[in-house]
Ligand binder design. Structure first.
Ligand code: ATP
Length: 463
């Protein structure tokens, strides 16, 4: 019997909590809705994804530089970008329960095609289709709800001190463009990358870490000659596919690359493709890709009065470059990777466990722990030998766990659940000839190798 998607999510949530990937935030106060703590393994997994991304797209390319800009920038940045006026979702409130919903989501759920609809059109569709709240109650008039979190800077509370927490990292690349252009001796085309935390006051956060108010993005603004933008778009689409299938090892059949129809694109965007993943709760956006033309730099040039054009040294021509923007949600990637690689064996509830056997078949380079060192016995010096060996492997920069508690079966099972690709056991033969047995999480093969060869052996599997 196939496992239901709902059950899969339940098992994933419980595994995430039980094994230290993701905990409910502020748990000792009863939790804070839709906020999550990344536990020790979740933090390692998230960092490994971020590092693989940086390595591939920043260190791995001659045409890329990475920056890090603040969460709170000059408020003018968000006026110019259009976020103050227009970064909003249509909000409706249940008149009885006062619960709030996104009108676009309610219309879609009712089967209304909202492609290209303005806020006003959605409001009239709501009346025409007699849309009710999910609890069956009447809805109040819809409102445009701005998703930016406001804060105050400085000690006064006047309006001059109003500032915003960034809702995306992209703006930092546009505001730093002039300094990067003038200091980094790059030639077009080249990109600026950034990874960072962003904030959106989402109307309906939910689905675990899929939609939260605080999350992390990995973004690139790739600056090109206008007539090379279409080709650069195609190149970045291929790069996004490579990342999804070759780095994250997500199966092709679980991903859809959806061309956004004209009517649904922002007016400045020439082309957009969303990468959608088949989450257990439905096919939803994982990443975005857009040809933003020269919109952002033109707006910032006009508002700041700075010359943001590029000077082509050969032709002497000056122009505002076009921008291709591939964007990746980091925390959404963590969820997609967990969903994709969680293997649930329903037939097996061995050793008195209440849940079926689960193996996180994470790609080795993303796994929080690369190797577990497990002595078969604690006595006769195997414990000391195991600890010493673990420390030697750890010293080479690999994440290693030493575990001598409980039966070997239980220890394997725990490592399987946190996705450790390789378990090394020490036995009496280890004392005689300095070899250990390695068990491969997926192939389930066992092989004896020399202790001194272990770090290089693991490294060779992390490509
Ligand atoms: P959605 O339609 O799901 O609200 P969006 O189109 O507003 O997303 P973008 O503004 O394109 O999203 O943001 C870029 C990326 O950031 C998304 O592709 C997604 O991976 C991630 N992202 C956006 N909103 C959230 C959120 N609330 N929680 C977690 N990740 C998010």
């Amino acid at each position: 019997m196939a496992i239901s998607n709902e059950k899969k999510m339940d098992l994933l949530l419980s595994l995430c909590k039980r094994r230290g990937f993701v905990y409910p935030d502020s748990d000792i106060y009863g939790g804070f809705a839709n906020a999550w703590d990344y536990g020790p393994y979740g933090t390692e997994l998230k960092n490994n994804i971020r590092d693989a991304w940086w390595k591939l797209f920043v260190h791995g390319r001659e045409d890329m530089v990475g920056i890090d800009t603040p969460v709170i920038q000059h408020p003018k940045v968000w006026e110019t970008s259009g976020h103050v006026a227009g970064f909003s979702d249509p909000l409706v409130e249940d008149k009885k329960t006062h619960k709030r919903y996104r009108l676009d989501h309610l219309l879609e759920e009712a089967g209304v095609n909202i492609t290209g609809m303005s806020f006003e059109q959605m409001a009239s569709e709501m009346v025409a289709h007699k849309i009710k709240s999910p609890d069956g109650n009447p809805l109040a008039e819809p409102k445009q709800f701005n998703l930016m979190f406001k804060t105050g800077v400085g000690v006064t509370e006047d309006t001059a001190s109003v500032a915003y927490l960034r809702p995306e990292t992209a703006a930092g690349m546009f505001t730093a463009w002039k300094n990067v252009r003038d200091t980094m001796r790059k030639k077009l085309p080249f990109g600026i990358a950034q990874v960072g935390r962003v904030f959106r006051n989402e109307i309906t956060p939910g689905n675990f870490i899929f939609r939260t108010r605080e999350f992390e993005q990995m973004e690139i603004e790739y600056f090109v000659k206008p007539d090379e933008a279409a080709a650069a778009f195609d190149m970045w689409l291929e790069q996004q596919k490579f990342w999804v299938h070759e780095v994250l090892k997500i199966k092709k059949e679980n991903v859809v690359y959806r061309e956004i129809p004209d009517a649904d694109r922002a007016f400045y965007s020439k082309r957009s493709i969303d990468t959608e993943y088949q989450y257990p709760f439905g096919q939803k956006e994982l990443y975005g890709l857009a040809n933003r033309t020269d919109y952002d730099l033109s707006r910032h040039q006009e508002a700041s009065g700075e010359d943001l054009r590029w000077l082509d040294q050969e032709s002497g021509e000056r122009y505002i470059p076009f921008v291709i923007e591939p964007t990746w949600g980091l925390t959404r990637t963590v969820l997609a990777v967990l969903c994709e690689h969680l293997d649930i064996d329903e037939a097996d509830t061995s050793e008195g466990e209440s849940e079926p056997r689960m193996v996180l078949r994470l790609p080795p380079r993303l796994a929080p722990v690369k190797a577990a060192i497990l002595p078969l016995q604690k006595k006769d010096g195997l414990s000391e030998l195991g600890r010493e060996f673990a420390q030697k492997v750890r010293a080479t920069g690999l994440t290693v766990e030493y575990d001598e508690g409980g039966s070997i079966g239980k220890r394997y099972r725990r490592q399987d659940e946190i996705g450790t690709p390789f378990c090394f056991t020490l036995d009496y033969q280890t004392k005689e000839d300095g070899t250990v047995t390695v068990r491969d999480r997926d192939a389930m093969t066992q092989e004896r190798i020399k202790m001194e060869d272990v770090p290089a052996w693991i490294q060779s599997k992390l490509v």
